[in-house]
Design a protein around this ligand. Structure first.
Ligand code: GLU
Length: 249
């Protein structure tokens, strides 16, 4: 298992992600990482990533690289399945403007890796997860939206997986998708969240949408839109969580 947290809003995203990940430590992990968008010019962003093997607090050693205010960040605690537990294989993984975190296993990774290699792609890690960043990037290069690109790339993936995906050219939203691995969306006021489990975001919002298998969602500051894998929009029925963090602690 691993943990995923994502945030978009006005508050300092990196801090919320760290706190959220610490709430998911019970799930077990061997390394962790966070990616945050940083404004570098008018409407221009870069993706800043820090990662480290070992405990979550290892991220604090390079936290000075995060001394900027980001409104969009995603984070991950990894339980290695493909590629050893080290710095390079820790998530997030990036290809060009696309950055992803992943919970699960891409079962057909060999076939996809071979296909991408044929197209001239090279890889930075030994993980199955990195392939998905390349797959989404490939769709984006065909002029498809981020939502569309994630939807189409995910159709190719076999096995249980959940992904959170951002594109530094689209600082106003990110996209999540899942099949067989858990993801919940937390809806706030002018801010929204995603996480593997409710405790990660419960001190910020009690309004939750449990993303279903084979659903993809586009999450911006003010809206959550959910679609099936054929692109048909679905109704978002929120659940109000009645218990508090103290109760589960
Ligand atoms: N299969 C991926 C990896 O080994 C994700 C593992 C996880 O769910 O943490 O990096």
């Amino acid at each position: 298992m691993c943990g995923i947290v994502g945030y978009i809003g006005e508050r300092k995203a990196q801090d919320l992600i760290y706190k959220g990940l610490s709430r998911l430590e019970y799930r077990g992990y061997d390394s962790s990482g966070i990616a945050a968008l940083r404004e570098i010019g008018s409407d221009q962003y870069e993706t800043k990533i820090i990662k480290a093997p070992g405990k979550l607090k290892e991220l604090k050693k390079t936290w000075n690289e995060f001394e900027f205010h980001s409104g969009l960040a995603i984070g991950h605690t990894r339980w290695a399945t493909h590629g050893e537990a080290n710095q390079v294989n820790a998530h997030p993984h990036k290809d060009g403007p696309i950055t992803i975190v992943h919970n699960g296993i891409i079962e057909n990774h060999q076939e996809i890796r071979a296909e991408l290699k044929k197209e001239g792609k090279s890889f930075s890690s030994q993980t199955d997860s990195e392939l998905f960043a390349h797959m989404v990037h490939r769709e984006r290069n065909q002029n498809k939206s981020l939502l569309e690109s994630v939807r189409l790339a995910f159709k190719r993936v076999k096995g249980a997986s959940a992904f959170v995906v951002l594109d530094e050219r689209c600082p106003d939203h990110f996209v999540v998708v899942r099949n067989g691995s858990p993801l919940v969306i937390g809806v706030g006021k002018g801010e929204n969240f995603v996480a593997s489990d409710v405790p990660a975001i419960l001190d910020s919002t009690k309004n939750i949408y449990y993303l279903e298998d084979l659903e993809v969602a586009e999450i911006s500051r003010s809206a959550v839109r959910v679609f099936d894998l054929d692109g048909k929009e679905k109704k978002v029925d929120l659940v109000e969580i009645k218990w508090s963090l103290d109760e589960i602690d």
